[in-house]
Design a protein around this ligand. Structure first.
Ligand code: MN
Length: 366
């Protein structure tokens, strides 16, 4: 490893009731995970991912790719043996910083960026429905990062017993700066805004805190995590700091959430359950897209949720990945957010042959 590599990391709960992001900074290993699992389990999945990975790589000295595969198996094992954790999964974007080179492995929609000579390059590709739609020309790139279904993943750790992992090897230069982050950051800041912060802030600690502060300020509701890793050397010239207003980082709300503590997964899972009863989601009620109040799970055969608004939009007209997501319930912040999700579902392209019908019901398309 390169002994003089430096890092800084920060995470914020956003406007959620629980932080389902997790990270580990255990040089030379760095990783960010963003858990999901209906209304609970996401935090367990993300914590398990970083803990298993850190143990495999830092303690047992195993390869990064192997560590990620082991994390996948462990999350899948938990998800299939504990009914309360069924369906949980997580993204993982992990890196080992070597001397003159680095390795990055990746599953999901957390991202790795490289800042080199003042220019920002995204290294990872999101394994998400919207990124595929962009690749296929069905969605413009500028709409992808703010799309309400941007969290619909096509690959995640823990969902199946084996997982396909992307792997990148990079030669590094003096002064390179790496950013690993969850979609809570990239959902509200565009690449240029991220680049501006990374260029301006000299220390990795300050850069990670400033990224979080700007994402919160920009109205981020999701959990936000940023991990910045610096290779030593000449840094590109900084823009004048007077040009941008400084923002206060430690608000009272954030002070109550002073970062992530490894090993709190169980406590967090209990806290997550309390959040179930304020839940809203968009799901499928007899083939129609429907807004539900309550969590999508059922207990001993009794549904915990009730349908509030059944729309005219046919589930069968939607893309396969969205139908799967509707089957599990697309989580919403509140009723208005649920209606926004429905409005966005109406704008999705209908899928020829998908689910047996090709039509969106009259009045449903924009
Ligand atoms: Mn997220």
């Amino acid at each position: 490893m390169n002994a003089s590599v430096r890092h800084g990391a920060a995470t914020d709960i956003g406007r959620r009731e629980i932080n389902e992001d997790a990270f580990v900074a255990s040089p030379p290993l760095y990783a960010v995970a963003d858990g999901m699992g209906g209304h609970h389990g996401g935090d367990v999945a993300a914590q398990t991912a970083v803990e298993v990975l850190a143990h495999a790589v830092s303690v047992e000295g195993r390869a990064l790719l192997e560590g990620v595969r082991e994390a996948n198996r462990e999350i899948h094992r938990l998800a299939t043996t504990d009914p309360k954790l069924r369906g949980m999964g997580t993204t993982i974007t992990a890196m080992v910083a070597g001397d003159g080179s680095l390795e990055i492995v990746h599953v999901g929609d957390s991202r790795a960026y490289l800042l080199r000579e003042g220019g920002l390059v995204r290294i990872t590709q999101d394994h998400s429905l919207v990124e595929r739609m962009v690749r296929e020309g069905r969605l413009s790139p500028e709409h992808a990062d703010s799309h309400p279904q941007r969290s619909v993943l096509e690959r995640a750790l823990g969902v199946q017993s084996e997982v396909q992992v992307d792997s990148h090897l990079l030669d590094t230069l003096e002064g390179d700066r790496l950013l690993l982050c969850s979609d809570g950051l990239t959902g509200v800041l565009n690449d240029e805004e991220i680049r501006a912060v990374l260029v301006e802030e000299a220390s990795p600690e300050e850069a990670s805190r400033q990224l979080i502060a700007e994402a919160v300020e920009a109205g981020g509701t999701d959990n936000i995590t940023a991990l910045v890793v610096d290779y030593p050397g000449r840094r590109p010239p900084r823009a004048p700091t007077a040009a941008r207003p400084r923002r206060r980082f430690f608000t009272p709300r954030k002070a109550t959430v002073a970062g992530i503590v490894l090993g709190l997964a169980v406590l967090l899972a209990v806290a997550g359950r309390a959040a179930l009863y304020n839940a809203w989601y968009v799901g499928d009620d007899r083939g129609r897209v429907t807004i539900f109040r309550g969590p999508p799970e059922s207990v001993a055969g009794f549904d915990l949720s009730r349908p509030v608004e059944r729309t005219d939009l046919l589930v069968a007209s939607l893309p396969q990945a969205v139908r799967q997501d509707l089957a599990h319930g697309i989580r919403a912040e509140d009723a208005a957010d649920a209606r926004r999700i429905v409005a966005d579902l109406r704008r999705l392209p209908s899928v020829p042959g998908g689910g047996g019908t090709t039509t969106v019901v009259p009045g449903a398309s924009p």
